[in-house]
Design a protein around this ligand. Structure first.
Ligand code: HEC
Length: 133
């Protein structure tokens, strides 16, 4: 049961260990679009929690690890799983799962039972994170 989200169908993915090896939907990510998603307060909003090398944006959060050099610590596949669902790594994390199955979002109204990001946005964010060496 996966209805249309943001005008697209939910794409299945599979975790292997602490990684998702295949890009969601086989989509190609774009780092420039990914940076915009990361900054967007109504979308990724990663800066609410993470310090990131984006000095032109004010008010970075400090409750999460800084993401400087994250691509030296984690592979693309590991980054993908963390953006899709960090709760599979740490069930107690405060980081939202950005691409769970629509049914796994506990929201009262069916219209809001959908992943936070689209599959394309997930791949864009991963492509941007890959630039943080
Ligand atoms: C509500 C706060 C919050 C938001 C919003 C958030 N994160 Fe996180 N994130 C965390 C915390 C806290 C951790 C540390 C891991 C844990 O809690 O298990 C983390 C961990 C990570 C990691 C793993 C870092 C490492 O060194 O292992 C990545 C990558 C990451 N986040 C990327 C993102 C991206 C990209 C976004 C936006 C799309 C985002 N996060 C949004 C709180 C957040």
């Amino acid at each position: 049961m996966s209805g249309p989200i943001h005008g697209e169908e939910y794409v299945e993915w599979k975790a292997e260990g602490d990684a998702i090896l295949e890009p969601l939907g086989g989509l190609q990510g774009d780092p420039v679009r990914g940076k915009a998603v990361v900054i967007d307060r109504d979308s990724g909003n990663c800066l609410a929690c993470h310090l990131m090398p984006i000095p032109e944006q004010p008010m970075h959060g400090t409750v999460a690890p800084p993401l400087h050099g994250v691509a030296s610590r984690l592979t693309e596949s590991q980054l993908r799983l963390r953006v899709v669902n960090e709760q599979l790594i740490n069930p107690h994390t405060i980081m939202p799962a950005f691409y769970k199955k629509p049914d796994e979002y506990y929201r009262p109204h069916p219209a809001f039972k959908s992943p936070v990001l689209t599959a394309q946005e997930v791949e864009d964010v991963v492509a941007y994170l890959k630039t943080l060496k």
